[in-house]
Design a protein around this ligand. Sequence first.
Ligand SMILES: Cc1cc2nc3c(=O)[nH]c(=O)nc-3n(C[C@H](O)[C@H](O)[C@H](O)COP(=O)(O)OP(=O)(O)OC[C@H]3O[C@@H](n4cnc5c(N)ncnc54)[C@H](O)[C@@H]3O)c2cc1C
Length: 271
Amino acid sequence: MKASRFDYSRPLDLSEAIVALGDPSAKPVSGSQSLGPMLNLRLARPSLLVDVAKLPELRRVEQRADGIVFGAAITHAEFEDGAVPDPTPGFMRAVAHGIAYRAVRNRGTIGGSLAHADPAADWPTTLCALGAVVHLVGPDGRREMAVEDFILGAFETALVPGEIIAGVFVPRASIQARWGYRKSCRKLGEFAESMCAVLSDPSRGVHRLAIGATEARQIVVKNAAEVIANPDLLDGRLRDAGLATDPAAFRLHRTVIRQAIAAMELESLPA
Ligand SMILES: Cc1cc2nc3c(=O)[nH]c(=O)nc-3n(C[C@H](O)[C@H](O)[C@H](O)COP(=O)(O)OP(=O)(O)OC[C@H]3O[C@@H](n4cnc5c(N)ncnc54)[C@H](O)[C@@H]3O)c2cc1C
């Protein structure tokens, strides 16, 4: 199938983009790696695509004392290649490397991935574990919210009509921080059936764990020191999320969580 007809615009700055997105049948597009297939399947039928991928504000990288704000249009490949700095000791770079194939990573963006909110996508779960904050801009101005509050469910976010993701703030982890990330995919490059991201940064008092690919919003444990020490404590959370109804999926999630926690000792030593 082919996409239905639409107009295309590439605004030069954010305010022009916000005006264009005031049209209720307009949609932003970044890397088009998720929207493209949706257009072709006619699951989305916007009359206007507003290309935000080259907007200067969405391409910026702003260093702050406590972290980095990444513009929403930074691509997976730019994280993978180290073309942008990594405020985590290698965590973001490793996650980016594991997203799909290089062709997808060349175009797909961190903001597009968050806005799409596929429960099995890599950035939403990782950013929940990192305690990241999403920066939004729309006709009523700017606002910020924690990524775990921004994602409301599978393919559902707190974005209101006409609003876009401008960037994502990722707190700076200390050099002692340990992280682990595991996902289970049937085939290399496919979306995961289970994933877990975990960050432990004792000098900041941060211990966070996020479980993805649950067919709903991520399960986020903000004070995860105890569950990192004893992952059995998570079984109740998995049951509450309805994951025990499929025993094979339940076992897979349990295994992936334990692998992610075990990986903290292997993967996070600074190079
Ligand atoms: C074959 C294939 C395999 C893939 N495998 C994986 C995988 O293993 N893991 C993974 O994480 N992802 C995977 N993806 C998805 C890929 O990472 C996409 O890049 C990502 O999901 C969307 O980013 P994008 O920039 O392409 O967004 P687009 O496709 O341009 O947009 C996606 C949605 O977000 C909206 N949007 C885009 N930018 C913004 C913005 N700044 N503000 C508000 N809304 C916006 C669009 O309107 C649309 O609704 C795969 C994609 C393909 C095609």
